[in-house]
Design a protein around this ligand. Structure first.
Ligand code: ADP
Ligand code: MG
Length: 478
């Protein structure tokens, strides 16, 4: 049986989160009424001239610096010519021969499976508008609000060998652009879109096979499914004696199939040429150095620091640092919790993430602030409350707001560590469950847990389990 190997290269369109468009002053805000955010430049009135948005340039260079790429001090905008109703100029302004960013790399995996994916280039370009079909009967509408939105197209080398590696790369890239605050990463709104190029070859071959391209798949889950499907389609095709043709295919999540969309254009079909309306884009050394000094701590470095400074397992540290917002939240929680990093890690990766997922909220809109969660954890560690009661308080805070100490006070949830009070409850339980008490006295240690549980139940979870254990053991020692 032939051993096939898949080869994947990704082109990701990262929408840069500037206030205004790449060559005009119109707003990039998402969700406005059609064509209310398209100015003369975006709708391509005759005589208009593009003016470069400096923030978009800085964001692109920041990305290059964060991936160890070369920032080209002089790059060139080109016209990519094609006709489509959502592109009123008849060409898209992009970068072709000299992009602003060349080279660079992104690490995926860990330990033995760690791997570097090379980035070929990252170039600046403008987005096109959108065609609208819903509710328009036989007609199509054109919304040019998105026209001119700045994009950074990040092109990888064909370095990935499985859908899982492709997803790992995408997640890392997604995390990175959010860390750098150059993209909001919102995939539903199209702020992070991926085209996947894929081919197969016999394992061990050095030449690449003919590739197909899957366009604009906007969720990690669908990308993985689409890739798996396309790999299988190519294998079946070749094993049946057929040939893969280079083409663009569309993935349909409803049928879990890909179908041809169009033959792949070659670069010469686009008649690229330098845009005479824009001078070469020059970025000075001083500006690059300023941007370098403004880089935040990046995900890999932050993950290593979390392992070191907070004594976390790598898997926890990775989970906590994958998103900058979560990492910030965690660090603030630990500060407020008096340094109890392990308990804080459990809470953030556990109850907090579950609650955010349930209510479909981003960390920035968490209904429990890191300060509150920190205080709650502090009360667990100073033994004012048990972990079980803390979960209850957390739900209360999430649903109704309030303050940790107030809730503990008002609902009488303070843990009972007072031994006189506990002794009394223990006595009651021992007489109620005398049979089990005898079993413990006769050496059946396991039954002790049952009795501890009964005391906890009797006190509504407020007894300090450690103290209960001690008292019971002392009373039942033979
Ligand atoms: P185009 O100009 O048609 O978009 P590029 O040469 O820029 O083509 O490559 C686009 C993407 O396709 C890159 O991410 C590259 O790594 C990937 N790629 C190129 N050849 C192959 C191949 N044979 N198999 C898989 N991916 C490929
Ligand atoms: Mg391309």
């Amino acid at each position: 049986m032939t051993h096939w190997e898949s080869v994947i290269g990704l082109e990701v369109h990262v929408q840069l989160q500037t206030q205004s468009k790449i060559f005009s002053g119109a707003s990039t805000h998402y969700g406005a009424d059609p064509n209310t955010q398209a100015c003369a430049v975006d709708i391509a009135l005759p005589g208009i001239l593009p003016v470069m948005n400096r923030t978009a340039v800085q964001m692109a260079a920041t990305f290059g610096l964060a991936t160890g790429a070369t920032i080209n001090h002089r790059s060139v905008f080109a016209r990519k010519n094609y006709f489509y109703p959502d592109l009123p100029k008849g060409y898209q302004i992009s970068q072709y021969e000299i992009p602003i960013v060349s080279g660079g790399k992104i690490n995926i995996g860990e330990g033995d499976t760690q791997k570097q994916i090379r980035i070929t280039r990252a170039h600046l370009e403008e987005d096109a508008g959108k065609s609208l079909h819903d509710g328009l009967g036989e007609m199509s509408g054109i919304d040019l609000n998105r026209a001119g939105t700045p994009l950074l197209e990040v092109v990888s080398e064909p370095d990935m060998r499985s859908p899982a590696e492709a997803i790992a790369y995408l997640r890392k890239l997604h995390s990175l652009v959010r860390y750098l605050k150059i993209c909001d990463g919102n995939m539903q709104e199209g702020s992070f879109r991926c085209d996947a190029n894929i081919s197969i070859r016999v394992k061990g071959d050095s030449e690449l096979g003919i590739r197909t391209e899957l366009k604009n798949i906007n969720s990690f889950r669908f990308i993985e499914r689409a890739l798996n499907h396309e790999i299988q389609r190519q294998i079946d095709l070749i094993e049946d004696g057929g040939k893969v043709v280079q083409e663009t295919r569309l993935y349909d999540p409803d049928t879990d199939q890909t179908r041809p969309m169009r033959g792949k254009e070659e670069a010469h079909d686009y008649r690229y040429f330098p845009d005479p309306d824009l001078p070469p884009l020059v970025i000075e050394d001083a500006e690059v150095e300023y941007l370098r000094s403004s880089l935040p701590e990046l995900p890999d470095a932050r993950c290593d620091r979390f392992i070191d400074a907070y004594q976390l397992r790598r898997s926890d540290a990775q989970q906590l640092t994958a998103d900058r917002g979560i990492a910030d939240y965690f660090e603030e929680t630990v500060r407020e919790a008096g340094g109890n990093s392990k308990i804080a890690a459990n809470w953030v990766t556990g109850d907090l993430m579950a609650a955010l997922n349930r209510d479909n909220l981003p960390i920035e809109q968490s209904r429990v602030s890191p300060i509150l969660l920190g205080r709650l954890i502090y009360r667990i560690s100073d033994q004012s409350i048990s972990g079980t009661i803390a979960k209850d308080i957390f739900s209360d805070l999430w649903d109704n707001g309030g303050d940790v100490d107030q809730i503990i006070e008002a609902r009488g949830l303070k843990q009972i560590s007072d031994s006189a009070e506990l002794e009394q409850v223990v006595e009651e339980i021992l007489s109620k469950f005398s049979e089990q008490a005898d079993q413990v006295r006769q050496g059946q240690g396991k039954v002790l847990g049952f009795l501890v549980g009964q005391v906890m139940k009797e006190t509504g979870g407020k007894a300090n389990p450690k103290a209960v254990n001690e008292i019971l053991s002392r009373k039942l020692s033979p």
